[in-house]
Design a protein around this ligand. Structure first.
Ligand code: DAT
Ligand code: MG
Length: 151
């Protein structure tokens, strides 16, 4: 079972797509572990996107995630990292597969609606950056055995 960090970015919130995006992850069978609706301060924004520091789009990216409230979440499931990246689609919406969030709702790379951790090491770092251990809920669902081979 993997845990991964997911965020509906300010454009997704402003456009009323929180429910749509959460619904897609729920329908996929993933299990919600933590969520908070919040505005992002500069220190957190810079730390979150630290791997992109020095790139030409870094300042714009930091401003973008500070530009309005976001929904920060942790989701879990078998292969949750790859599954959620797939549901979100490629970084550039015009390269995202039809049926993905970024394809279905996006046009521009700087307004690509969501963030999702890209690998195990990043997921561990990002989950810990955004959520304290006590904010993460460990629980089971009656349906788990119909979704997870090993519940
Ligand atoms: P992802 O969000 O798919 O993990 P990433 O980690 O490579 O993509 O980049 C983080 C964000 O930075 C991405 O969602 C949008 C922005 N970004 C990435 N590459 C960019 C580029 N070449 N020009 C403008 N913005 C870019
Ligand atoms: Mg990334």
């Amino acid at each position: 079972m993997e845990r991964t960090f997911v965020m509906v970015k300010p454009d997704g919130v402003q456009r009323g797509l929180v429910g749509e995006i959460v619904a897609r992850l729920e329908r996929r069978g993933l299990r919600l572990v933590a969520a908070k609706f919040m505005t992002v301060g500069k220190a957190l924004a810079e730390e979150h996107y630290g791997e992109h520091k020095g790139k030409p789009f870094y300042a714009g990216l930091v401003d973008y995630i500070m530009s309005g409230p976001v929904l920060a979440m942790v989701w879990e499931g078998p292969n949750a990292i790859a599954a959620i990246r797939q549901t979100m689609g490629a970084t550039r919406p015009t390269e995202a597969a039809p049926g993905t969030v970024r394809h279905d709702f996006g046009l521009e790379i700087g307004r690509n609606l969501t963030h999702a951790s890209d690998k195990l090491e990043t997921a561990e770092r990002e989950v810990a950056l955004w959520f304290k251990p006590e904010e993460q809920v460990t629980w089971t669902r009656d349906v788990d055995r119909w979704v997870f081979e090993k519940a």
